[in-house]
Design a protein around this ligand. Structure first.
Ligand SMILES: Cc1cc2nc3c(=O)[nH]c(=O)nc-3n(C[C@H](O)[C@H](O)[C@H](O)COP(=O)(O)OP(=O)(O)OC[C@H]3O[C@@H](n4cnc5c(N)ncnc54)[C@H](O)[C@@H]3O)c2cc1C
Length: 462
């Protein structure tokens, strides 16, 4: 009897999805190889366009792809990965409202579980900050902003109105800069529909621990981005850290306590928590792999993407956690698994960053492509063209192109889609905010613990 080779891929982000697609295509007519992809959501999220959803330029459904429509013969399981047993080559998944557990065995395992937000134990952040990582985050943010505009327009106290119209974004990496640029455009456009609100009450503040934002793009482009954002009335505080968030005040290392109901945290990530107990070598929590992307001492176990620590053999530094790298690693891991199954030679992962691009608000961007710097409209146009091409599936490309075309002629939609969870937490926030904003200064409401970890930059995308 010939046994089937079982390939199990965990995580359907850029790394896991592209590895599964490659393996699915390669073994489509091979009855002796079984490919299974497990992930928490049944869709693949195109993270580079998340901020466009927050800004109301695109809908969330435009930037997600149903995994089942992308795979041909591979099996997809929507489930939480509960634990991984590398020694006995088993994975326990748990799914459904009853959290039913199931065991999956593997011959080859691709670990592509990515990263999750790291709040560095800063007080109040995990409970109250909005993140910019999952598909629902920009939806939550956009609704929160609209709800605040509605509430502020009914508010009598100017100090409370100002606090409601203050938005703090933490982290001057790609996610933070793109989010603050998009949010600024959205709020300043949307406020035109609220005659009782004075646009001068709007405050958008970007807080960044480094000296210049977008450090991955170099000082010139970082300074350009800062100048453009400031021209558009975004306040930028460099050399500053967030210390805590009470729900109505963001405490900064500069000593300022910013009255606000909204903190968007993009200033730190950590590898998926389910990987933390694995008995293999790690660097900053990421799984160290050899040049062929295989985990040393565990043949047939591979890791790619944000959760993997892969040294660039040219620079001696780890490959950055970006989609650009995760996609290339995924294809290479697929090829090496095929080589391992067929007894052929495995090949090392060799790739150099092609370029990095970021938008900083309406029709403006910054980019470094193959060592050449671009800024302004041309960089923004390059960003849109390149990411439209990279977005999987023709249907979604068409939806996004249509969304962008409509956006040229019409202002963003300000319909509020209320979720029960958000409205409850928002009312709680606003009650505190109102109470606090009406009280005379100073009122110490936070106990700030000493920093135990230094927040690092967020994703460095391409
Ligand atoms: C706002 C934002 C903008 C970005 N912009 C860019 C950009 O412009 N260009 C670029 O190159 N990169 C960009 N990035 C970075 C890019 O998204 C990541 O580098 C890339 O997603 C990494 O892919 P991955 O497969 O390693 O991990 P992920 O994409 O994070 O995928 C991991 C998957 O595993 C799943 N998962 C995790 N834990 C479990 C579990 N226990 N059980 C089940 N499933 C689990 C997750 O739900 C997810 O589907 C951006 C990131 C963000 C957050």
């Amino acid at each position: 009897m010939t046994l089937r080779t079982r390939i199990l891929v965990l995580g359907a982000g850029f790394g896991g999805l592209y590895a599964a697609l490659f393996l699915d295509k390669t073994f489509v007519s091979d009855p002796y190889v079984e490919v299974t992809l497990v992930s928490r959501e049944n869709y693949a999220l195109f993270t580079p366009m998340l901020h466009e959803v927050a800004a109301g330029e695109l809908e969330m459904s435009d930037i997600v792809n149903p995994i089942r429509k992308m795979l041909r013969h591979a099996v997809f399981i929507e489930s939480e990965v509960h634990s991984i047993d590398l020694l006995n080559r088993r994975v326990i998944i748990s799914h459904g409202v009853l959290a039913r557990r199931q065991e999956l065995v593997f011959d080859h395992l691709v670990l592509a579980l990515g990263s999750e937000t790291n709040f560095f134990n800063l007080p109040g952040l995990a409970e109250r900050a909005i993140t910019m990582k999952s598909g629902t985050d920009p939806f939550l943010l956009r609704n929160r902003v609209i709800a605040l505009l509605e509430s502020a327009s009914l508010e009598e106290s100017e100090s409370v109105r100002r606090a409601m119209l203050t938005f703090v974004v933490a982290g001057g990496g790609f996610a933070g800069v793109e989010t603050v640029g998009a949010l600024n455009d959205f709020v300043r456009e949307a406020v035109k529909s609220y005659p009782k609100l004075n646009p001068d009450w709007i405050r958008l503040l970007l807080v960044h621990p480094g000296t210049v934002v977008l450090p991955e793009l170099g000082e010139n482009l970082g300074l350009y981005a800062q100048e453009k954002l400031r021209e558009r009335r975004v306040e930028i505080q460099t050399g500053t850290r967030v210390l805590g968030f009470s729900g109505n005040r963001v405490e900064l290392s500069s000593g300022e306590a910013v009255k606000t109901a909204t903190l968007i945290w993009t200033a730190g990530v950590t590898p998926a928590s389910v990987l933390s107990n694995l008995p293999c070598k790690k660097e900053k929590g990421r799984l160290v792999v050899d040049k062929n992307l295989e985990v040393p001492d565990f043949p047939g176990v591979w890791a790619v993407g944000d959760c993997a620590w892969i040294l660039n053999r040219k620079t001696g530094k780890p490959h950055p956690p970006t989609a650009q790298h995760a996609i290339r690693q995924a294809t290479q891991v697929g090829k090496n698994i095929v080589a391992a199954i067929r007894g052929a030679q495995k090949k090392p992962f060799l790739f150099s960053t092609l370029g990095q691009l970021a938008t900083i608000g309406r029709r403006t961007g910054v980019a470094n492509i193959l060592g050449i710097n671009f800024s302004g409209f041309i960089a923004w146009f390059l960003w849109r063209s390149i990411y439209l091409l990279k977005l999987p599936r023709f249907e979604k490309k068409l939806r996004v192109a249509l969304g962008w075309t409509l956006d040229l002629f019409f202002p963003p939609d300000i319909v509020q889609y209320v979720t029960v969870r958000d409205i409850e937490s928002l009312h709680e926030h606003l009650a505190h905010l109102r109470k606090n904003a009406l009280q005379p200064e100073p009122e110490e409401i936070l106990t700030i613990k000493p920093l135990t970890a230094i927040p690092g930059p967020d994703h460095s995308p391409v």
